[in-house]
Design a binder for this molecule. Structure first.
Ligand code: OVM
Length: 404
């Protein structure tokens, strides 16, 4: 006999972290959304939300869906985290509040005004060089040439990092995002370098290492004012180094791929360059560079006809919510005419991406510079995905740029 509870809780034996799924997660996302508001993933014995309504509700309900037990598969109540937990990502109020306030001030729109002119000029300069190469070589891989090059050019300087060792930022972030998943081959691939990369990242968080005017120094200044403790300051700097590079690289790759495959939308941006920010948010909705995060139930939570028991992990499919036809019209279309606000690609609620203004400024600078110089962007060969347990990423997007 099937009980009501069993009927109400559909199950799936799919592995969201399998390479076939990472290559193309859209079929799984649709199946999980259609299965019901909550699905039991038998393989990991966790609950899954893939519809917009439940993902959004969980994101804004930090009281019932905590982050302090980790936002990956690993439950910090029982398992030792691979590094000391983040004071932002892996903390709840009240511990979360002071670090969050400090970082919000350092990375907020007002603070970024002093970077704007320089970043716009840097983007023009980078695009000039790429366009010149494109005229000579004809095919450009925009992943290394633009999506990686631009954040690596502006962000480490803005943080105040020394020049030495910056190449460690991408592999460190890649591993950190893999570590939210199960300990599969992707985590094993990163393991040999974890000690070395962590040592480098941790060393960059010290006050003496950071240049005087950057984000890092501003975090230390907040510790001097007593807004956070001196023990907290290095961990807050670490959040910048963990979450600030790979995310923007893959966000920029996403918007560049979107334009390379939607020439009509590129023409639209060329005509109305002020759409650059909307275009970036639409790409974050459409591609969801951060695909998933977990929460942990702090009490028995009723969702639909199902009880998610206290202490259990819930996998929130941000990417599936961002294409849920129950919420979005024509969700698979990349469309500069839509209002993408309300997407959960940056999360929602008290943990919503604190660096989103930095990401938007990078995107605006790069897209504006490109739109000024480039008439068309066309795929010029096979694209290659980069697989990561949390990120939807590109390894290679070869394009032909027509200048004009
Ligand atoms: C952090 C952090 C925040 C957001 C994402 C993330 C690795 C890390 O505070 O360290 O991914």
């Amino acid at each position: 006999m099937t009980t009501i509870a069993e009927r109400a809780l559909p199950t799936s034996d799919a592995d969201p972290f399998d390479h076939d799924v990472l290559e193309d997660p859209l079929p799984l996302h649709r199946a999980l959304r259609d299965a019901g508001p909550v699905v039991h993933l038998t393989r990991y014995d966790v609950y899954a939300f893939a519809r917009y309504e439940q993902v959004h509700a969980a994101l804004v309900d930090w009281q019932e869906f905590q982050s302090a037990a980790g936002v990956g598969l690993s439950n910090f109540r029982y398992e030792k985290p691979w590094r000391p937990p983040s004071l932002l990502l892996e903390a709840d109020p009240p511990l979360h509040d002071a670090p969050r306030r400090v970082l919000r001030a350092v990375l907020g729109p007002r603070a970024l005004r002093r970077l704007r002119e320089r970043w716009l000029a840097d983007a023009e300069d980078l695009v000039d060089g790429v366009v010149t190469d494109a005229v000579l070589d004809s095919v450009v891989d925009v992943v290394p040439a633009l999506a990686q090059a631009f954040p690596l050019r502006v962000f480490p300087d803005a943080v105040g990092l020394p020049a030495e060792g910056r190449k460690n930022l991408l592999p460190y972030g890649d591993h950190a995002f893999n570590a939210f998943g199960p300990s599969n081959d992707l985590v094993a691939k990163g393991a040999p370098r974890v000690a070395e990369l962590s040592a480098w990242v941790n060393a960059q968080c010290a006050r003496e290492v950071l240049s005087p005017a950057g984000f890092g120094a501003q975090i230390w200044a907040a510790a001097d004012r007593g807004d956070i403790t001196p023990e907290q300051a290095p961990l807050v700097v670490r959040s910048l180094l963990t979450a600030g590079v790979d995310t923007t690289v893959h966000g920029l790759s996403a918007v560049l791929y979107a334009f390379a495959t939607h020439p009509d939308q590129w023409r639209r941006l060329r005509e109305l360059p002020h759409l650059a920010r909307v275009a970036f948010d639409e790409a974050v909705r459409w591609e969801s560079p951060v695909q998933t995060f977990f929460r942990t139930a702090t009490t028995d939570v009723t969702v639909g006809d199902v009880v998610v028991p206290e202490g259990r992990k819930i996998l929130m499919f941000l990417a599936a919510a961002n294409r849920d036809p129950r919420h979005w019209s024509d969700p698979d279309a990349f469309d500069l005419g839509r209002d993408p606000s309300g997407h959960v690609g940056f999360g929602m609620g008290i943990h919503q991406c604190v660096g989103q203004h930095v990401a938007r400024l990078e995107a605006e600078a790069l897209l504006t510079a490109l739109a000024r110089r480039v008439e068309s962007i066309e795929l010029a060969g096979p694209t290659r995905r980069h697989h990561n347990n949390t990120l939807r990423a590109w390894e290679s997007i070869p394009v032909r740029l027509r200048v004009g």
